[in-house]
Structures are given as C-alpha cells and as structure tokens.
Design a binder for this molecule. Structure first.
Ligand code: GDP
Ligand code: IMO
Ligand code: MG
Length: 469
C-alpha cells in the first residue's frame, strides 16, 4: 500500500522536567479521536504519573496511555519498560467502568521490569548516597541497563518455553550484585511474594494483543488515521540531551518516537510541546531558576508534604523570601509527585531551557499549563538569559541563552524579566484572559518562536482557554 505522505505521528512532549500536564493534554486530544486512531506510549515505564480528571474522578496513569477514556486504540510501545504486575493493577483501576482491554495492545519488544530491577534501583540509589539521582525506584534504570547490556527479558519472551529458565538466570545475576556488591540481605519471603505477583502480571500480559509497534503504527498511518505518541517524563530528563546524570534512562524527546515505535524520522510530525507557566522538578540535579536555590533542593529532598504543611500552614506567594515563595507556589499548584508523593521543587520559567526543548523536539504548537496557579501573585518572573562564567574563556562573564553541557557544574546567574500579574482569579475572566496574562503569553510566543494553542486554567479537561489572541 502506498504511504500517505501527509500522515505523520504527533508527539506530545514535556518541555521541562516532567509533570507539565501531558496526561491532561493527551486526554483532551483523545476525546476527538475515532476508534481507528491510535495513542501510543513510546518510552519510559511506571515512573510516569499522568493525571487526568474524568467524570469528576482523578486518575493517575503510569503505564496506560492517558487517552484510554476516548475511543482510540491504545498501545504500549517497543521503547517502554513494563512492570507486568503494576500494569495489571493499573488496568484493574479502570477496566470495570471502561472496558478498554479490547482496545489495548503491547509491543513484544518492550522490556519487562522484573522484581530484582526494583531492588537494584532502590538499593543502588541508597548506595550512591549524596550522588543519588532521586529515581522513582520503579526499576526503570536497571531494566534499560539490561536492554543495552543485551540481557533483558522482553514481552515477547513470555511466550517462549525457556522463559522461566531465563527469568531465573537473570534474577540470579541480579541477586549476586545485590548481595555481593551492595551487601544487601534479600528478604526471601517478601521476594517470593513479589515473584508471585510478577508471574500474575505475566499471565495477564498473555491475555492481551501483542503486536509490533511499527506494524500497528504504520497500518494506522496508511489508513489515513491519526497517531499520537504520548511522551513521559520531560525533555530535560532525556538520557542523552537532558541534565545528565540527573535524567531518566530513556529518550524522552520527539526523536525517541522513532526508535520507541519503530518508525522512520520522516514519519514524525511537529510536536505538541507542553510546559508549565513556571517550572517544577522532582529528584536531584541542577535547577537554575529554583525559588530558594540550594535551600529548597535540600528541603524537598528531606521533607515530607505533611511536615511542610505543619511548618508553613499559610506560605506567602508574594514573600520577599524566595524559599517561602517556592513553598507557596508548591501549595498553590499542588506540586506533589504523582508517583512517589515527593515535594516537587519549584521555580520560575526558564527561557534558555524552554527554547532548547522547543527546538530539539520541533515543537510547532505549545500548550502552557497551570497559569491559574499564579493567581494572587503580584509579579511573575521569567529567566530570559544566563550570565555564565566560563573558565575556558578566561573567566569572563557572558550573557547567553545557550543550553550548557554541564548545568550542574556551570557557574551561572539567571537574568530575570518581571511581569505584573492580573487581579483576582483567571476563572473570573471566563474564556478570555486578562490583559496582563496576554502580555506574558505574547512575550513568550515572540521569544520562543512558536504559538501557544491553549492555556491551562485548572486541572480538568475543560479548564482551558483556547487561542483567540
Ligand atoms: P504529567 O506527568 O505531565 O501528565 O503531569 P502530572 O499529572 O504529573 O502533573 C500535572 C498536575 O497538574 C496534575 O495534578 C494535573 O491535574 C494538574 N494540571 C494540569 N493542567 C493544569 C492546569 O492548567 N491548572 C491546574 N491548576 N492544574 C493542572
Ligand atoms: P511524568 O511522565 C517527573 C525523575 C525522577 C528522577 C529521575 C530518574 O509524570 O512527567 P527514574 O525513576 O526514571 O530512574 O528517575 O527522573 N522522573 C520524573 N520526574 N515526572 C516524571 O514522569 C518522571 N519520571 C522520572 O524523579 O529525578
Ligand atoms: Mg507526572
């Protein structure tokens, strides 16, 4: 069949450090798709937490694509790592009310996350001490390590006669690392339970349609139907182009769609790039515009949400103390990790990083979420440039919008531009935006060279203002 040249995949990609609101964005697109269209995840695993509101209920999807409540087919692609038991549990949370299992398929190439991967991840992080990444502990890194080390078990392997044998072999290898290198004592009973669950998950996987990603994607495109590739994590967490080593272990950028779904790059269209009106980050690593800087980073590492609420019951969003302002922003945006419940670090929008993310993903359309969170602020700030002190250039200070190779070690100072914030709440203005918000949006569009197609004004699907400016 001749390829329809115009049919391209639309990647939906996070432009920051994850949690930009991709889930809501995909669910919104999904509501207009037909049963012949396709929504596919192409990387990551249940380190993702994509929140959507459906019929007044809040769901957090980790492995299942966020468009599950629409009509489209859904696919877990070749570039993913799948914890079978976590997947089974997740499907149970929605399958009763939405019989979607007939619409779901999984790639045989996706990597299985096995119980020892979870231990290697969490114990490995503990052993790193101060150098930890702040992983979600879902076994993602070790599972991808096995893939590139050519040891991994993949979904297609579960149908082979030697699956049990290969599982045992890999588990034994991992146990040697845990016991001999990490000095970890495995709780035999606990581990047995985990294995039991793993095999329940495998049994569940066997009941689903297993189909090559490249086949289902190309068939959908060839029919002239739409394919949405739902990104997980965010651009700055990409294993190659993110702030290495404070990254996840997959390719989160739009190019990842190529290897994650087995399609040629020419089949990948312009991306929809999603970003927050400010920035958040969970886990370790550099964050130039973080409110409260290092103090916030340490606080978020150590403090639990409840504890923060006790100490700062009413943080002031307009506080002169940026650390307190960061806490207030976290409270206003409910910035608590959807997967791990950790405090998300908060800061101002960072144009150099956003610019980079837009370019590397070919994000032709942008979505800005959570503008409503800035209600009540007197002035918002945006980092327009960095001042970099470069030892290689004789220690002179240089103003730049360039992305830096090693953000963690670079000596940079952020240059900010301030914007006055609207009076009252965004919701008071209906489907229009106050003039202050429009000034901010137009500044961003001009600076970033891409158009914002809609603005998020609340967590639910209808909480948006479509582009009218
Ligand atoms: P994802 O990982 O990119 O899908 O994002 P998460 O679901 O982890 O985090 C985004 C959070 O913001 C979720 O709690 C959403 O319900 C919420 N959210 C999304 N868009 C908006 C918005 O425009 N305004 C507000 N207030 N909340 C939003
Ligand atoms: P969604 O799809 C935010 C972060 C972790 C950690 C680093 C590595 O909801 O946007 P990993 O478990 O992948 O080895 O952790 O990446 N991280 C995320 N941060 N949103 C996510 O997903 C994330 N997935 C991983 O906090 O810093
Ligand atoms: Mg999330």
């Amino acid at each position: 069949m001749a390829l329809k040249e115009n049919s391209k995949i639309t990647p939906v990609i996070g432009l920051q450090w994850g949690d930009e609101g991709k889930g809501k964005g995909v669910a919104r697109i999904a509501s207009s798709l037909s049963k012949n269209d396709l929504i596919a995840r192409f990387q990551g695993g249940n380190n993702a937490g994509h929140t959507i509101w459906h019929k007044n209920k809040c769901y957090v999807f980790k492995l299942i694509p966020s468009g599950v409540f629409g009509k489209a087919q859904i696919h877990l692609g070749a570039g993913m790592v799948i914890d079978p038991f976590a997947f089974k549990k997740e499907t149970l949370t929605i399958s009763k009310e939405t019989p979607f299992l007939k619409r779901i398929s999984v790639s045989p190439h996706a990597v299985l996350v096995i119980p020892t991967h979870l231990l290697l991840d969490s114990i490995g992080e503990l052993k790193k001490g101060n150098n930890k990444i702040g992983s979600t502990g879902r076994g993602i890194g070790p599972a991808y390590t096995d893939l590139v080390g050519r040891n991994a078990l993949r979904v297609g392997d579960i149908f082979q006669n030697d699956f049990q044998k290969r599982y045992k072999l890999l588990t034994e290898q991992h146990k040697k690392i845990l016991v001999n290198i990490y000095n970890y004592k495995i709780d035999a009973r606990e581990f047995k339970d985990k294995e039991k669950n793993f095999f329940l998950g495998v049994k569940f996987l066997k009941t689903l349609l297993i189909i090559n990603s490249e086949k289902i994607v190309s068939e959908t495109l060839n029919r002239g139907n739409k394919v949405i590739a739902e990104g997980a994590q965010g651009t700055l967490l990409d294993v190659r182009f993110g702030n290495y080593p404070f990254v996840t272990s997959s390719h989160t950028i739009a190019s990842g769609v190529g290897t994650g779904l087995g399609v040629s790059p020419v089949k990948i269209g312009g991306a929809i790039g999603i970003f927050k009106a400010y920035v958040t980050k969970v886990g370790e690593g550099p964050f130039p515009t973080e409110l409260g800087g290092e103090k916030s980073a340490v606080w978020c590492r150590d403090k639990k949400f409840v504890y923060e609420k006790e100490i700062f019951p009413n943080p002031n969003l307009n506080s002169k103390d940026e650390f307190e302002q960061g806490i207030a922003l976290r409270k206003a945006g409910n910035e608590i990790g959807a997967v791990t419940g950790r405090l998300r670090r908060t800061g101002w929008l960072d144009i150099p990083l956003l610019n980079f993310a837009i370019k590397i993903n070919n994000a032709t359309d942008l979505v800005m979420t959570k503008l409503d969170v800035l209600d009540g602020l007197k002035n918002l700030k945006v980092c327009t440039h960095y001042i970099v002190n470069s030892p290689r250039q004789g220690g002179v200070n240089k103003k730049t919008q360039e992305i830096l190779f090693d953000l963690a070690r670079a000596k940079i100072k952020c240059v900010y531009k301030s914007f006055p914030v609207w009076k009252g709440k965004l919701s008071d203005y209906g489907k229009k935006l106050p003039s202050e918000a429009l000034t901010y949006i137009k500044f961003l569009e001009k600076t970033l060279g891409a158009k914002i197609i809609y603005i998020g004004t609340g967590p639910e699907e209808h909480h948006v203002v479509e582009r009218y400016w």
